[in-house]
Design a protein around this ligand. Structure first.
Ligand code: TRP
Ligand code: ZN
Length: 881
């Protein structure tokens, strides 16, 4: 028998090397160990015989020695759970391969060869949703970061770029639509009701950008003419029945294409751009070349089932993935440590796009709110890492708010330093210089230095240092101006004890409280540990407005009087600074209240005064008003304390909300009535009206629950948009009122056929302020519609719960146990998703001792479970370490 055709089995197979026993701990991969791959793979030809339970893949690789790397005759092809059914070298069954753990090693005699490998996979058994998997009868792939190795043996690393030709064949009835990257170059019918298609992608790409989709899908089609007059065929593929819900996604795509041409000079580079919506997906979406695959959550939107927030999220994610075509695909990453090269940059690009599409000020505040509530806690906890990490065990754990959102802030600071025109020149040079390459963060910085004319020597520290810098501000009035004294310090983070000063660009203005005169803005660049600046000032009551527009991702510590904060909140010409002054007032008051300070009455009065002004101010639109009405979140408040008591924070925040609502009840009721008169359209005014309407109910629910319940029920009944319906139901779900059950049931029955809305139904109850949330979630986990196998559904219940402080931090530790049980149940099904539930428990060091002990005990219980995934093992051990 032909030995090379024998599947490798552990017993007596000559192809199994004498590998060491499997390690008890997954190995650490280090950035400094990067070496170029010894082989290039210029061309890949793949042939798929599609089936839900068995897909057979034949892959042909043209390989050649890489002149840029140290030579070796051994070619390592990564695999993950694969068995080679056949290995040919130049068409011959050469007996020159062995398995080493999951990988296939082939020893090659010459400088260039063709390797042909056959593998077989069972997509229906793939619950990890990495590689080729089945979702609702269709087949699709997810290869980033290391999923391609679950399809075939390959050098599955982003610095190996190849041109792919993909042929697939399958039963036409099951898979009427056959898609892959690039251009469709042939299709036809075969025997026994099969058909086939062949796709060719002319752009060299790493394996993580490979995609294949096969299924019963319908397309919404459109086209786009590029800046150079080329026509691009656009299609969004969804399940039959969903085709009426893709309009907003299509419009968002066309707006993104236009914007990237106008603002970044980037043109699309293929004749086809396809998007496919999939309901089982680990993340938001994926930028596969010419074939983006999306979570349905970020494609499907119509007024009856999607909120205004959902609409904005669809637009943002469509833009993000489209923008990756240049920032990620044309210029890709050399290794996964450089992930922020594509993700941070692309997040900045999608943020700037969304700023231009709607209210720039509101978008900026929303982005800062996310950064502070997700990234700041990450940066101050056990999982802190630089935007360019130095090591990992499982790369999936590093798709984080730090790499994405702080990464975007770091590039935004370069833009602030350079100004938009020079920044554009730096970006142009970067794209030009590295087109077709796998680049590093350092390459980006050098291009920005050369193209924008910046010296970023010290700035590079932002890439290597974890932790959120704190800036202390002192202001001293002098004869001819004001002296601003700034001092920066970055707290230590795991593995980084000594921190160096980073350059911090701070947009500032000096206003005068006495005259109400507003000063003009200047940019201060804090580079030292301590530094003094003198600003001219003629008035008598200077008030410093600092970090305007959130020009740097830092924590500002300033000791402003309540009068100064009230002044800034009411008068500052920078909308972010107004928001910030209000947040400061509330944070100061609540932290005092939490620490038992009883002299906080004046703080309350100042907040009431500002809030009343926000409710009355006709100079701000409702979208901004709605933003200003959002009180700082409990996680952000906890973040301000070395050790927090989540129970007290919750009580203090609810007490303030209730007091404000009682003080301003008439104003909130009037706001709700006024906003209820707005139309159901998508103008800023109509969206703003919906936003303040529900905000008013949120306050009233804390101050006058009976009234709020009546108003929310009425809003629910009158709702013609999901925004109004969900807003009302969210408020009702938190109240112990008869309306609650009826409306929850109505909502379920009305939307039971729409999975994305049923996700909302689960999430609303898990996020609720209701005192029995914990037992509600326990019951919902038994609901026939609940499953851990669908990531959206799993997150809708348990991520929502883990983000609900009063329930998660229930004093007996039941919340912690529930999340730990979820991790243990989910880990064998979908480790990538399971590991994402670890960070909430990992916060234990910053929580009061009794709860901290309970959290830690749950982490230890997970750690001792047998056969944990790499993903969960890494997150749990870092959290305990
Ligand atoms: N690159 C994707 C993005 O646009 C992220 C992503 C999608 C991903 N699916 C994934 C990352 C699966 C890891 C695993 O941000
Ligand atoms: Zn991305």
């Amino acid at each position: 028998m032909d030995i090379a055709r024998t599947p490798a089995t552990p017993d007596g197979n000559p192809h199994l090397a004498d590998a060491p026993p499997p390690p008890t701990q997954p190995p650490v991969i280090r950035r400094e160990d990067y070496r170029p791959f010894p082989w290039t793979v210029p061309q890949v030809r793949m042939d798929f015989r599609l089936g839900l339970a068995e897909t057979v893949v034949r892959t042909e690789l043209d390989v050649a020695r890489n002149p840029q790397a140290e030579g070796t005759p051994v070619l390592r092809l990564n695999g993950d759970g694969l068995t080679p059914l056949e290995v040919l070298v130049d068409g011959e069954p050469l007996n020159s391969w062995v398995m080493e753990g999951p990988d296939l090693l082939v020893t090659l005699p010459g400088d260039a060869h063709t390797i042909s490998i056959v593998t077989s996979i069972d997509p229906s058994a793939n619950s990890q949703l990495m590689g080729l998997y089945a979702s609702g009868g269709m087949l699709c792939t997810q290869c980033e970061a290391e999923g391609f190795r679950r399809i075939t043996f390959f050098p599955d690393r982003p610095d190996v770029l190849s041109i792919y030709r993909v042929r697939m064949r399958g039963p036409q009835a099951d898979f009427p639509v056959l898609l892959s990257n690039g251009d469709l170059v042939g299709e036809g019918t075969g025997e026994d009701g099969t058909h086939w298609a062949e796709w060719h992608d002319p752009w060299p790409k790493p394996s993580y950008l490979f995609a294949l989709v096969a299924g019963d899908l319908v397309a919404q089609r459109d086209s786009f003419i590029t800046m150079n007059g080329r026509e691009v065929q656009l299609a969004i593929y969804v399940r039959p029945g969903d085709e009426g819900r893709t309009d907003h996604a299509m419009q968002s795509l066309k707006r993104s294409m236009k914007w990237d041409e106008e603002v970044f000079g980037r043109e699309y580079d293929l004749g086809i751009f396809n998007i496919v919506a999939v309901s089982d997906f680990n993340m938001g979406a994926m930028e596969n070349k010419g074939l983006n695959v999306f979570n349905t959550k970020y494609v499907l939107a119509e007024p009856d089932t999607a909120t205004d927030g959902d609409y904005d999220a669809v637009e943002g994610v469509i833009a993000h993935e489209y923008f990756h075509n240049w920032s990620g695909n044309r210029v890709t990453c050399r290794d996964w440590f450089q992930l922020s090269l594509k993700e941070g940059f692309t997040v900045l690009r999608d943020q700037l796009f969304s700023q231009d599409m709607g209210s720039a000020a509101v978008k900026r505040i929303e982005d800062v709110r996310v950064l502070r509530s997700v990234q700041f806690p990450e940066d101050s906890g056990p999982l802190a890492h630089p935007i360019r990490p130095d090591s990992f065990r499982e790369i999936s754990n590093f798709y984080t708010a730090t790499v994405y959102n702080k990464g975007a802030e770091v590039i935004r600071m370069m833009r602030t330093l350079a100004g938009p025109a020079a920044f554009r020149a730096g970006c142009d040079l970067y794209f030009d210089r590295h087109d077709g390459e796998a680049a590093t963060c350092e390459d980006f910085v050098v291009a920005m230095e050369d193209g924008a004319g910046l010296d970023l020597t010290q700035f590079r520290r932002w890439y290597g240092q974890a932790g959120t810098p704190e800036v202390r501000v002192a202001v001293k009035a002098q004869a001819n101006g004001v002296e601003v004294e700034l001092a920066q310090a970055t707290p230590t983070t795991p593995g980084q004890d000594a921190k160096e000063p980073v350059p911090i660009p701070l947009r500032v203005a000096l206003h005068d409280r006495a005259s109400g005169e507003l000063g003009s803005e200047t940019l201060l660049l804090l580079t030292e540990g301590e530094q003094r600046f003198t600003l001219p000032h003629a008035g008598i009551a200077p008030v410093l407005s600092i970090n305007r527009g959130f020009s740097a991702p830092v924590v500002i510590r300033r000791a402003l009087s309540a009068e100064d904060l009230v002044f800034l909140a009411a008068q500052d010409d920078d909308p972010f600074a107004r928001y910030e002054a209000m947040q400061d007032l509330v944070v100061t008051h609540l932290l005092a209240a939490v620490q038992g300070d009883t002299g906080e009455q004046s703080g309350r009065a100042a907040i009431r005064q500002v809030l009343a002004a926000v409710l009355a101010d006709e100079g701000i639109d409702d979208l901004m008003r709605g933003e200003l009405l959002i009180l700082p979140g409990e996680t952000y408040l906890a973040e301000q304390l070395a050790v927090a008591d989540p129970g007290r924070i919750h009580e203090a925040r609810e007490a303030l909300k209730g007091w404000l609502a009682r003080e301003l009840e008439a104003e909130f009721v009037a706001l709700h009535a006024r906003a209820s008169g707005a139309d159901a359209g998508f103008t800023a005014a109509a969206k703003g009206a919906r936003k303040v309407k529900t905000q008013a109910l949120v306050f009233l629910a804390a101050g006058n629950p009976a009234l709020a319940a009546r108003m929310a029920a009425a809003q629910y009944d009158a709702a013609v948009t999901m925004t109004d319906r969900q807003g009302a139901l969210m408020v009702l779900a938190g109240l112990d009122t008869p309306e609650r059950t009826g409306k929850l049931l109505d909502f379920y029955q009305r939307h039971r056929d729409n999975a994305l809305v049923i996700d909302k139904w689960f999430a609303l109850q898990a996020q609720s302020l209701h005192p029995n949330t914990l037992s509600h979630v326990q019951a919902l986990a038994q609901h026939p519609d609940f499953t851990l196998r669908n990531p959206n559904r799993a997150r809708s219940l348990f991520m929502a719960f883990a983000g609900n402080p009063h329930a998660f931090h229930a004093s007996g530790g039941e919340g912690y146990r529930m999340v730990a049980d979820t991790i243990l149940a989910l880990d064998p099904i979908n480790p990538q998703t399971a590991a994402r539930f670890v960070p909430p428990l990992g916060r234990w060091r910053r929580i009061e001792p009794v709860r901290a002990g309970l959290m830690r005990a749950e982490l230890e219980r997970i750690a001792t479970a047998p056969s944990l995934s790499r993903d969960t093992f890494e997150q749990v051990s870092r959290s305990l370490g």
